[in-house]
Design a protein around this ligand. Structure first.
Ligand SMILES: NC(=O)c1ccc[n+]([C@@H]2O[C@H](COP(=O)([O-])OP(=O)(O)OC[C@H]3O[C@@H](n4cnc5c(N)ncnc54)[C@H](OP(=O)(O)O)[C@@H]3O)[C@@H](O)[C@H]2O)c1
Length: 200
């Protein structure tokens, strides 16, 4: 399959891209600072430019990009909430909204949320809100796109590879290896699933 992978260079993106390539897929990588296919998912025009560059006929779009600010609750204002929603929620939603014009019918979209919507941590209220929004939006959208496009979201705990970076925010949390996480994206791309929230 020809797969557009946005966020290919991250802690999640690296093992996901490796897992997809291992399955023999033609993975077209994009990320914010890419020399070949730069994209800023917070900007709908940048998303449009990426799709125009890659062209129609995609079988799947996989997104492992999107950021949320971390800060104590009383330091979170509209600005921080909007930043998280604009990047991780609306950025991924925009890749689906525009992507339906570039993905063949029957193709799929796989998005990324995370554990913090169901297991709250200090400083993680924006991430919790955004992950919850994604995990509500995906099943609802999958229902409306039923029979035309599939949409799933992967909601993972911290990756083993990221444990050190998140140790102060998620002390003692169980971790999962990136290779396992990669398989969830493979399942989403290759199965007939839609509207699923894959919890790892
Ligand atoms: N790491 C974990 O353990 C973990 C666990 C659960 C969920 N998640 C979620 O998974 C997602 C990725 O996390 P990560 O740890 O892999 O992050 P990361 O290592 O910082 O990588 C993020 C990736 O997304 C790209 N990116 C970031 N903002 C972008 C934008 N506005 N437009 C286009 N590309 C953008 C980055 O490209 P550049 O490098 O070029 O900026 C990079 O390829 C996040 O939403 C995170 O909440 C992560």
């Amino acid at each position: 399959m020809k797969i557009l992978h946005v966020g290919a260079t991250g802690h999640v993106g690296e093992p996901v891209g490796a897992a997809l390539r291992e399955r023999g897929h033609d993975v077209v990588s994009a990320h914010r600072s890419s020399a070949d296919r730069p994209v800023d998912i917070t900007d709908p025009e940048s998303v449009r430019a990426l799709y125009d560059t890659v062209g129609p006929g995609l079988d799947a779009v996989v997104v492992t990009a999107g950021t949320t600010p971390y800060a104590p609750w009383d330091e979170i204002g509209r600005e921080q909430l909007l930043a998280g929603l604009t990047s991780k929620f609306l950025g991924q939603v925009e890749l689906v909204r525009q992507g339906v014009g570039f993905v063949r019918e029957g193709g799929s979209f796989t998005l990324t949320s995370g554990i913090l919507g169901r297991e709250p941590v200090r400083t993680g209220s924006v991430a919790a809100a955004v992950n919850g929004a994604l995990e509500g939006w995906v099943p609802a959208t999958a229902g409306e796109l039923w029979g035309r496009f599939r949409v799933n979201v992967v909601s993972t705990t911290v990756l083993t590879e990221s444990r050190a970076a998140y140790s102060s925010v998620m002390p003692g949390y169980p971790a999962v290896d990136g290779s396992e996480v990669g398989l969830a994206y493979v399942r989403s791309v290759e199965s007939m699933d839609s509207g699923r929230v894959y919890v790892l």
